[in-house]
Ligand binder design. Structure first.
Ligand SMILES: *Cc1c(COP(=O)(O)O)cnc(C)c1O
Length: 465
């Protein structure tokens, strides 16, 4: 019995084991939460040994293994939140069903600091009086986009709604028929317009709309000319649409006629320069002189869910004062994460933004990772793996025609069907989401970090394939 008691490790020995840190990172428990669990496990073992029970370990290593097994069991039975991390092995970078963008380390740190402490969310520190949350990222957005002013609301749908409601209610908004899009099954330009109380005036046809179509539709009820970026589809063939510059020029011939463009994705980085798609750069659109633009925070920008409205100061000021701005306002965590993400843009540290980094990853880089993955997995029996050339999509209704060259790992189980393996991966403690193609499970590591890569191996190991 004494022998067995001596084999019980001290808590700090468990804490120093790399498996402890890993368990904290990968479970819903913090390190201090896990320490409490470790203490419970040690107390329980001590009690059992004192009761004369043999716990089945002859060496200290075995005892430590047993403790980690018990920690694992505890996590499995007690630590499951409804909303939890998953590993995105689809290669779709902005996967709306999987939470769109991952945040940068700096954004996470900023959110954490703002959550842990009180903050100057609505307190002007230089004047010692009430401030506005709308002003916190206004300056950064001005620097990056070149706009006179900017504000942030709950998401881009909210941004569109606020612009239409506050500036075009009971008046008409002219939109090209080629731009009356539906995005993600729930955002429809025509429906949001109706909800906002603005009246839609459709002009042109699905494939062609000319400047004179807009001109002919303008009357005393017209509040604005609106352009919508057709994010998630492309009309090919004989098409024609009117450039933002032309609309701005047309609107300037009338009094109090606004121009507004809903950009959707909102690229702050010039992907086109890298040969990826033709997404308009936000700063270039602002430079056309357009009165207002809106775009998402968690699509190409790679920040938290939010919607940015940028443009002329007088209009932004009006929007900030609107009652709806209060209804649609963002919380401090969103502002913290957005600010940190924008700072990375300002200083050109775009590699720190996971969404941008993953879109820019070269096929060569992914190939190296995939080869490493396959060699690590070679110890697994009953599975065969191959490296295949393929393409990844950007997702989030962004640049639908773009295919990013990649290498994928095709996994073929010997005992299970590919469907069974796919389901087992999805049901793992940290679910792994891949796709099935022709009796293989396909894993695209474009969106998988090195730590996640090891987790996938562990998961494959634990599924008896
Ligand atoms: C994605 C998108 C929206 C909706 O943005 P959310 O941030 O998802 O609310 C609106 N308009 C366009 C053109 C889009 O691409």
């Amino acid at each position: 019995m004494k022998e067995q008691l001596r084999l019980l490790p001290a808590v700090h020995m468990i804490q120093a084991d790399p498996r402890f840190k890993m368990a904290a990172e990968e479970s819903d428990f913090t390190e201090s939460g896990l320490t409490v669990i470790v203490q419970d496990i040690l107390n329980d073992l001590r009690e059992r040994i004192l009761n004369g029970e043999y716990v089945g370990c002859e060496t200290k290593e075995k005892m430590i293994d047993l403790i980690f097994q018990k920690i694992g069991d505890h996590i499995t039975t007690n630590g499951s939140f409804e909303l939890k991390p998953v590993i995105n092995a689809t290669g779709v970078v902005i996967h709306t069903n999987l939470g769109r963008s991952r945040l940068s380390e700096d954004a996470l740190k900023q959110m954490n600091r703002v959550a842990r402490h009180y903050s100057n969310l609505e307190y002007n520190l230089s004047e010692g009086k009430r401030g506005s949350r709308h002003d916190l990222v206004d300056g950064l957005l001005q620097d990056i986009t070149g706009a006179e002013a900017a504000m942030v609301v709950n998401n881009n749908a909210a941004a569109v709604f606020l612009v239409l409601r506050a500036l075009a209610k009971d008046r008409s908004v002219v939109v090209s028929r080629g731009e009356l899009v539906e995005i993600g099954g729930s955002f429809r330009v025509s429906s949001i317009m109706e909800e906002s109380g603005a009246h839609l005036t459709e002009v042109g046809t699905t494939n062609k709309t000319h400047l004179h179509d807009y001109d002919a539709a303008i009357d005393e009820w017209t509040a604005m000319l609106m352009k919508v970026h057709t994010s998630n589809f492309k009309v090919v063939g004989f098409t024609d649409s009117v450039q933002t510059e032309k609309l701005v020029e047309l609107a300037s011939r009338y009094e109090n006629l606004l121009t507004y463009e809903d950009l959707g994705s909102g690229a702050l980085y010039d992907f086109e320069k890298e040969g990826i798609g033709d997404e308009p750069l936000v700063s270039k659109v602002i430079a056309t002189g357009v009165d207002l633009i809106t775009f998402s925070g968690d699509k190409l920008l790679g920040g938290p869910q939010c919607g940015v409205i940028a443009g002329k100061k007088a209009l932004i000021d009006k929007l900030k004062k609107h009652q709806l701005a209060r209804v649609l306002r963002v919380d401090k965590f969103t502002l913290a994460a957005l600010e940190a993400t924008l700072v990375a843009y300002k200083y050109g540290q775009i590699d720190e933004i996971p969404t941008v980094r993953d879109i820019l990853r070269s096929a060569e880089d992914i190939k190296i990772q995939a080869e490493r993955f396959i060699s690590k997995a070679s110890k697994l029996t009953n599975l065969s793996m191959d490296l295949l050339e393929s393409t990844s999509r950007i997702g989030g209704g962004t640049m639908p025609e773009v295919e990013l060259p990649t290498y994928v790992v095709s996994v073929r189980p010997e005992r299970l069907t590919s469907e069974e393996l796919f389901n087992a991966l999805r049901s793992a403690e940290i679910p792994v989401i891949g796709r099935i193609k022709e009796e293989q499970v396909i894993l695209d590591l474009r969106t998988v970090t090195q730590e996640e890569e090891d987790e996938i191996i562990r998961t494959l190991e634990s599924i008896s394939v």
